[in-house]
Design a protein around this ligand. Structure first.
Ligand SMILES: [Zn+2]
Ligand SMILES: [Zn+2]
Ligand SMILES: [Zn+2]
Length: 313
């Protein structure tokens, strides 16, 4: 009979009828309360995500700010890993491994060709994979290799890395697959690069004629103004036009040139003319900036013309 007796019944046999009666309950109520409480307070254990680490903490007591059922289940010093890593549901890190995983934080990267890789904080990046579930295993292997628990793997034959090229007769299915995968990735990269290059060329072919046209117009205006017999410093608006189109300051940027204000216009011309016409400081600075933009646009346009000429010649 006792063999088939349930744990609850055995517990009931042990409960004193008198003791429970003194508290105003039945033995059945006392046992059911105990079972209910035990079920509610079951520890909710979380394990460290580092492979081989057996440390756990009790999320429930940690969340409630209560003492853990066992001291080794304390949540003190633990950290959680967010989504956006190769752990889509997040993960838990014991105090021993917090630094290690911070140094190797595995960010999940989706490549344009629908393949996946890991951007490890240390710079490691595995060959792209079609199934993102593989990333975790690859990263774990990387982690164990870094900590010395696994031997460093044979380098994958890489045409870009000297000394890793395999003789043809030593190639296996796996090494060839690796090379084909790289070829596939390179082809996807090429598509992307071609699109970028096309966008650059389109932008360039539209911007260059516009810039060269503006240069011609600005140089024409400048020539028109400088041959005019008028005193361009007498009138305020004239002085501002001159400031932007010609410039009151010396613009000699040659190495060793020192503005002396005698052989050159010096670097105070704009301020002098501003004072003469009571032009506010803000407006004077703005005129100086506009002059710089105009001169710079002409300079860049000239550089483009020169490279075009040297290409033709
Ligand atoms: Zn750990
Ligand atoms: Zn790493
Ligand atoms: Zn000068």
């Amino acid at each position: 009979m006792t063999d088939t007796q349930s744990a609850r019944d055995r517990l009931l046999d042990l409960v004193s009828f008198n003791d429970t009666a003194n508290r105003g309950i039945t033995p059945e109520q006392a046992v059911d309360d105990a079972i209910h409480e035990a079920l509610l307070n079951q520890p909710s254990l979380r394990t460290c995500l580092v492979p081989g680490c057996l440390r756990q903490y009790d999320a429930l007591s940690c969340m409630n700010g209560a003492a853990p059922p066992r001291p080794e289940w304390s949540g003190e010093g633990w950290a959680t890993l967010g989504s956006g890593t190769i752990f889509p549901a997040g993960g838990h890190l014991c105090p021993d491994h917090k630094q290690l995983v911070t140094d190797h934080l595995p960010r999940r990267v989706k490549l344009p060709n629908d393949r996946w890789t890991v951007d490890c904080a240390c710079g490691w990046m595995p060959a792209p994979q079609t199934w993102h579930g593989l990333l975790r295993a690859l990263w774990e292997q990387h982690l164990l290799t870094t900590t010395g628990q696994l031997p460093t793997p044979q380098p994958i034959p890489d045409p870009d890395v000297p000394g890793t090229r395999l003789p043809l007769n030593q190639h296996t299915e796996a090494t060839l697959t690796e090379l084909y995968d790289r070829l596939w990735d390179a082809e996807a990269d090429r598509e992307e690069t071609r699109d970028t290059a096309r966008a650059c060329i389109l932008g360039y072919t539209a911007a260059v004629p516009a810039l060269l046209g503006a240069k011609t117009a600005l140089e024409g205006l400048r020539a028109r103004i400088t041959v005019d017999s008028r005193d361009w410093s007498a009138d305020k608006l004239d002085a501002l036009l001159w400031a932007v189109l010609v410039g009151w300051n010396c613009e000699n940027t040659e190495e060793g040139h020192v503005h002396d204000g005698i052989d050159c216009a010096g670097d105070q011309g704009l301020w002098d003319i501003a004072r003469q016409h009571d032009i506010p400081i803000g407006q004077t600075i703005q005129a100086g900036n506009h002059r710089w933009w105009v001169a710079n646009a002409i300079k860049v346009a000239k550089q483009i013309e020169d490279t075009d000429k040297s290409k033709e010649g």
